[in-house]
Design a binder for this molecule. Structure first.
Ligand code: BGP
Length: 469
């Protein structure tokens, strides 16, 4: 069965990864600018220069049949350290939103996709409760400014990924490796999300508000009781602290117990804030799906977390082991990308059904895509692997819808090639190629862009279907 007429077919980007113009029109430094500059890593100073190419990029979405565009606002463009509002930053997002509307594209806005103003990072970032208040002010500015122009809002992109990377793995700013700080930052981010939801309701903002989660549905290597216990730890670590908290106002009680067992002090969780979290629930879930997590018990060894940000040079190095909790393992029957991401569409089907059963909320696939090395200098990129990846994942979500999941949209990651955080620009996800070596950052559609257009035209009717039953 094809999708309903109002299904959102779109693609997604994030401010730091595509905008460039890092010092233009009053934008101030973000934590990423400082971290990448100070460490001499590849940075997003220019990225895809969406700041100057947005008309062309949105026109390309339109020509590709897309009816929605997920993007984020950059907080460092909007609020300065002394609290003043940078109207030039707001103007930029008005231009984007107007351009979307002119092209009959629904803007789907993320308030925070990881670019924290550096002045807040310098004061402790997400370890500091004051950052929640600063976020609330920023969110309120955006709600008031764009009320009526944006119908779909999300508070945060992927709290799990950014917090674990920034405070436990240490490969993202602020590059800390500390379990206690991870828990504190995680808690503050979820609190800030709930505070924004409350404000959204109080101000009676038109539309709907959700959160975006990096969804790793959990499978076990077998069905023994020790594996099932490990799966619960993994599910709490990977998913539940974001989804249960945002959707039901419940921080998993067994997770809190397990943290206390690890001697992590939770005194920063204050009664009034916990009440606020309990009372504020999102309207929908945005789920970013790249892969599931295959889990087995892990007893005896130390915690070890390694993320492959070097592609083929480091293939196979990825490690996720949490002392006494669980270990993530590879499936010998699966294919993995050069960055160690498993290709496993069935995980999306399973995950959607699990989330549907647990939360009973509308869901959007807010990111799905595959990162590859691609030669964009030799004419059209014939990315058949991306077509097959997207076909199989859209098939998975259609199967989940057939079995009752309430899925209302799909966003390909990414609209065009962009800066892939610590992986730099060589890891490409775009439907549209960007030649980063070309002075004008020339864009041209890949084969997958054309294919996606035909899928949208037929409202999913030409997806090659296969059943998992
Ligand atoms: C998600 C992020 C995106 C994006 C994507 C691909 O976690 O929301 O910002 O980058 O994953 O990840 P990466 O670029 O690290 O390959």
């Amino acid at each position: 069965m094809p999708m309903k007429e109002n299904f959102l077919w779109g693609s997604a980007t994030a401010s730091y990864q595509c905008e460039g113009a890092w010092k233009e029109d009053g934008r101030i430094a973000s934590n990423w600018d400082t971290y990448l500059h100070d460490n001499h890593y590849e940075n997003g100073d220019v990225a895809s220069d969406f700041y100057h190419h947005y008309k062309e990029d949105i026109a390309m979405m339109k020509k590709g049949g897309q009816n929605a565009y997920r993007f984020s606002f950059a907080w460092p463009r909007i609020v300065h350290e002394d609290g003043t509002i940078n109207t030039k930053g707001l103007d930029f997002y008005h231009r984007i939103i107007d351009e979307c509307h002119r092209n009959a594209i629904e803007p789907f806005v993320t308030l925070y996709h990881w670019d924290l103003p550096e002045y807040l990072e310098a004061k402790g970032g997400w370890l500091n409760r004051d950052t929640c208040d600063a976020y609330l002010k920023y969110a309120e500015i955006c709600f008031r400014e764009f009320n009526g122009e944006v119908k779909y809002w999300t508070t945060f992109n992927e709290p799990k990924w950014i917090v674990v990377s920034g405070y436990l793995v240490g490969n993202y700013p602020p590059a800390v490796q500390c379990a206690a700080k991870t828990v504190q930052a995680a808690y503050h981010m979820m609190l800030a999300s709930a505070m924004a939801v409350k404000k959204f309701r109080e101000l009676n903002i038109a539309g709907t508000i959700g959160i975006v989660h990096s969804y790793s549905p959990v499978n076990g290597v077998d069905n023994t009781s020790s594996t099932r216990a490990a799966m619960r730890y993994a599910d709490n670590f990977m998913n539940n602290w974001v989804l249960d908290t945002a959707a039901k106002g419940e921080i998993p009680a067994d997770l809190l117990d397990a943290l206390k067992e690890k001697k992590i002090c939770l005194s920063f969780m204050k009664e009034a804030d916990l009440k606020l979290i309990q009372s504020q629930h999102v309207d929908f879930l945005g789920l970013n799906y790249y892969a599931r997590a295959l889990i087995k018990p892990y007893e005896g060894g130390e915690t070890s977390l390694i993320v492959n940000n070097s592609g083929s040079k480091a293939k196979g190095c990825t490690t996720t082991r949490i002392k006494n909790w669980f270990e993530q393992v590879r499936d010998p029957n699966s294919e993995y990308t050069e960055w160690d991401t498993e290709i496993y569409p069935k995980g999306l089907y399973d995950g959607l059904l699990m989330a549907n059963k647990r939360y009973h909320l509308p869901m959007y696939i807010t990111e799905n895509g595959v990162g590859m090395y691609e030669d964009v200098s030799a004419g059209i990129v014939k990315d058949d692997y991306r077509i097959s990846f997207m076909n199989d994942h859209i098939n998975a979500l259609m199967n989940a819808m057939d079995d009752g999941a309430d899925v209302r949209g799909y966003f390909a990651w990414s609209s065009f090639d962009l800066y892939s955080w610590k992986n730099g620009c060589e890891k490409r996800y775009g439907l549209v190629a960007v030649d980063f070596k070309d002075q004008n950052l020339k864009r041209f559609p890949k084969k997958s862009y054309m294919w996606y257009r035909s899928v949208i035209e037929k409202n999913g009717g030409n997806i090659l279907r296969k059943s998992y039953k």
